[in-house]
Design a protein around this ligand. Structure first.
Ligand SMILES: *Cc1c(COP(=O)(O)O)cnc(C)c1O
Length: 387
């Protein structure tokens, strides 16, 4: 019996061919294919600019930097995310704080955000950036977050690592209608992959230009951006800020292009598996993530809460015995020893995230699952009884 992983990549012959062809071409990095990939992503999402980067973590780092995040500033995010959302703020010398989640959607709770902002405003401790995370591929209530940003003056970076291909308000997520910048991950377990990789999307030309500079050493060959007057010497370039080498190679971009051409199919397949789970999981045992009507999830993850918290770990073992590899996304960030040392946090300030942590599990959903894999997962979930 093969084991069923919670998620996995889907590479076909066409993907392999495109990488082989690229290896025979003139440019392995920063050539025409990289630009083509960025253009294709921007038009898929309906955003003006897409900047490819070496990972979503790198993307978060330069997005925060492009917004001017630095020492003394604060980023707020959800505790239920991968540590990278918070770490990228620390790379900038800023601090992080967390907003509790909604018990039904598991995303950052807009009411909790509103209440925390009101308090922070009085104390003069407003965040510079709020980073909503679209958990499992379901969009946060971005309209509410945007309204609050207009009231309190913070900027918005969407960590959409799970949500490439998802819709919000009838449009593709990533069009930045309700944010300054949006980040996708191209890690193999995510919606499409380039091995490692990420994308930064924005509608703002100035932010896009800053991200392009930050991605590549802060070096420009564009006369308009140079600080000394140039006489057209063709070899001249200037470093105008401190940047990084966060580029995606053209080898990866070639894979990204063929993967992107299948993204819509990938999303459809994941949605159909999720629908079967929605319709067949025993609701006496499980509470699946509920979906808000303005969002159509990409289903990077299928998340459930086990009604009886005492049974979650038993369920995990029960599935594992049948070679079904569930997972937990995520341990609340403030619980990690590093974060407890950095900013000691009382978990009881986050009752909904704690409840999630006690009861949640991610069960397999990916494009390589067969009908019988799906049935096997459902059967194992529904015939789970206390030993
Ligand atoms: C995967 C992930 C990241 C990091 O992505 P990388 O491309 O591996 O750097 C960041 N945030 C979230 C929510 C993720 O799931």
């Amino acid at each position: 019996m093969d084991s069923i992983r919670y998620s996995t990549q889907d590479i076909d012959e066409n993907d392999i061919q495109s990488v082989v062809e690229l290896l025979k071409s003139d440019f392995l990095t920063q050539g025409p294919v990289g630009a083509e990939f960025e253009q294709a992503v921007a038009s898929f999402c309906g955003s003006e600019y897409a900047i490819s980067v070496s990972s979503a973590t790198a993307g978060l780092h330069i997005a925060y930097k492009a917004l001017g995040l630095g020492p003394g500033d604060m980023v707020w995010t959800t505790p239920l995310t991968f540590v990278a959302t918070a770490n990228a703020a620390l790379y900038c010398g800023a601090m992080v704080d967390f907003v509790d989640t909604d018990p039904l959607t598991f995303n950052m709770c807009p009411d909790a955000l509103s209440a925390k902002l009101e308090q922070a405003d009085k104390a003069g401790e407003l965040p510079k950036i709020v980073a909503p995370v679209h958990l499992g591929g379901q969009s946060c209530d971005m309209k509410r977050v945007r309204e609050l940003s207009e009231k309190y003056g913070f900027r918005i970076v969407e960590d959409a690592s799970h949500a490439f291909g998802a819709d919000y308000e009838g449009q593709k997520l990533g069009n930045c209608s309700y944010s300054d910048l949006c980040i996708f991950s191209l890690h193999p377990v995510k919606m499409i992959t380039t091995g490692e990789g990420g994308l930064v999307l924005t509608q703002d030309g100035e932010l896009a230009r800053k991200c392009q500079l930050l991605r590549s050493h802060g070096v420009t060959r564009n006369n308009d951006e140079m600080e000394s007057a140039q006489d057209g010497r063709p070899w001249y370039y200037e470093q105008v800020l401190l940047g990084f080498n966060y580029r995606l190679s053209d080898i990866q971009a070639a894979l990204g292009l063929t993967q992107l051409s299948r993204l819509t199919k990938f999303v459809e397949k994941r949605r159909s598996i999720a629908l079967t789970y929605d319709q067949n999981l025993n609701r006496d045992l499980y509470v699946p993530q509920s979906q808000i009507s303005s969002s159509v999830s990409s289903y990077h993850l299928y998340l459930v809460k086990v009604r009886d918290a005492d049974l979650r770990d038993d369920l995990f073992s029960h599935l594992k015995k049948r070679q079904i590899m569930a997972n937990l996304h995520y341990i609340p960030i403030y619980r990690h020893p590093y974060f407890q040392r950095l900013c000691p946090t009382n978990p009881s300030n986050f009752p909904n995230s704690e409840d999630y942590y006690a009861r949640a599990l991610s069960i397999p959903v990916h494009t390589k699952m067969s009908e019988s894999d799906k049935d096997r997962v459902l059967e194992a979930m529904n015939d789970f009884t206390v030993a």
